[in-house]
Structure formats: structure tokens, C-alpha cells
Design a protein around this ligand. Structure first.
Ligand SMILES: *Cc1c(COP(=O)(O)O)cnc(C)c1O
Length: 212
């Protein structure tokens, strides 16, 4: 891991943008190094890995959940996470809504960009419908959208996808004051995402190096 790269990225980020260090497949040691350097937001994709790391790292880390969710793991995921970013099925929303925790859980709805079968996410109509359905829920609070651009080397294509999600985000934001977070941008495309209005980027390999 190269802390110089991390410092350079952080120093160039606009104040409005929160950096999530995506630590899946990375060691506790590396996470601690970044923590000691001031990083407080980390992202994980698997419940067991999240639970293990949370138990073995400082308590003031904000953990973001980014992976696919099996409904039988939801209770654990929701109690360990500061923000669940990868909600892409109505069944997951229903279940989170039924937990009735004293403290509501913050979530982002994942919007599907592009046509790749391997990527999950709601359609535009489903986003609008589910936002309507749950915007007044006491046990879950939808605070924005998350998206993953298609694997593409064509800048224009990625840019168009980011514009598409930014537009939907702004629509929701104009009718709901809880909407505050647009999570787009990964190692290969975060500059484009920020140009398109991202205020939360999720960087893994560019900071940590290759995953195990
Ligand atoms: C793994 C992952 C990332 C980080 O990807 P990099 O290309 O390593 O920056 C970001 N977002 C999600 C949802 C991920 O699963």
C-alpha cells in the first residue's frame, strides 16, 4: 500500500466528497495504517469479513456495506453498518423495514447502470416506487443512491451513466430532504464521477493495491 497515493487523492478531493476506503480482501494491518492516518470510512462486501474486522479494529470506524445481501445475514449487517449502500431488492427493504430497531438504519438504493447481467440494482421505476413506499419508514432511512458504472474504457459511456444516476438523484432530492448522498466513483472512474456530482466515492485498489 502506498500512503503517498492516498494523501494525494485526499488532498485533491473537494470538501463535499466523502472517501470510502474499500477494504474487502485487505488486511487488518493495512486498514489500521490508513486509520492512523485519519481515514474513518471503510467499505466491506461480506458479512463475516465485516464482523471480523469490526471486532478487531477501533470502534469509531464507520463501516459501509457494499456487497450482495442474503436476507439471513441482514440483521448482522444492519447492526454493524453505518450505511448500507447496496440495497437492490425489494425483499431486503421489506426485511430491514420490519426490524423495527430503535435507531433507524441508513441505506442507499442501488441503481443499475448499463446492461451487464453480473451487476445488480433497481430500475428507475423501481427506485421511484420503493422510495415512495419507504420514505416515511421509522426503521430505515433512504438517504440516496449508489451506482457502479459498466466496465468500459469509453469515457463518454461512463460519463453518460453517471449523468443518468445524478439526474435521478436530483429528482429524489427535490422532493425529499433526507436525500443527501450520491455514491458513485471507484478506482478507475472517480474523477468522472465527481465531475458528475458524486459526493461519495468508493476506492479500493487505487489506495490499497491488489486484493487478496
Ligand atoms: C469492490 C468495490 C469497490 C472498490 O473497487 P475498486 O475498483 O477496487 O476501487 C467499490 N464499490 C463497490 C460496490 C465494490 O464492490
Amino acid at each position: 500500500m502506498d500512503l503517498d497515493t492516498y494523501h494525494k487523492i485526499v488532498s485533491q478531493l473537494p470538501n463535499s466528497v466523502t472517501l470510502i476506503a474499500v477494504s474487502k480482501g485487505q488486511s487488518i494491518d493495512k486498514i489500521l495504517k490508513l486509520y492512523n492516518d485519519g481515514q474513518r470510512h471503510f467499505g466491506e462486501n461480506f458479512e463475516q469479513e465485516l464482523t471480523h474486522k469490526k471486532e478487531n479494529l477501533p470502534k469509531d470506524i464507520n463501516w459501509h456495506f457494499l456487497g450482495n445481501m442474503q436476507t439471513n445475514k441482514l440483521k448482522k449487517i444492519s447492526s454493524s453498518s453505518y450505511l448500507i449502500q447496496s440495497v437492490s431488492r425489494k425483499k431486503v427493504l421489506d426485511k430491514l423495514n420490519n426490524f423495527n430497531e430503535k435507531k433507524s438504519i441508513n441505506v442507499l438504493l442501488q441503481y443499475k447502470l448499463g446492461n451487464e447481467d453480473t451487476k445488480s440494482g433497481f430500475s428507475r421505476a423501481e427506485i421511484i416506487e420503493n422510495h415512495e413506499r419507504y420514505k416515511n419508514s421509522n426503521s430505515l432511512k433512504i438517504i440516496g443512491l449508489m451506482g457502479i458504472a459498466e466496465n468500459s474504457t469509453e469515457e463518454k459511456r461512463t460519463q453518460n451513466q453517471f449523468k443518468e444516476i445524478a439526474q435521478l438523484y436530483n429528482e429524489l432530492k427535490s422532493k425529499d430532504e433526507n436525500i443527501s448522498t450520491l455514491s458513485i466513483g471507484m478506482s478507475s472512474d472517480y474523477n468522472l464521477a465527481i465531475e458528475s456530482g458524486s459526493n461519495m466515492i468508493r476506492l479500493g485498489t487505487v489506495i490499497f493495491g491488489k486484493r487478496k
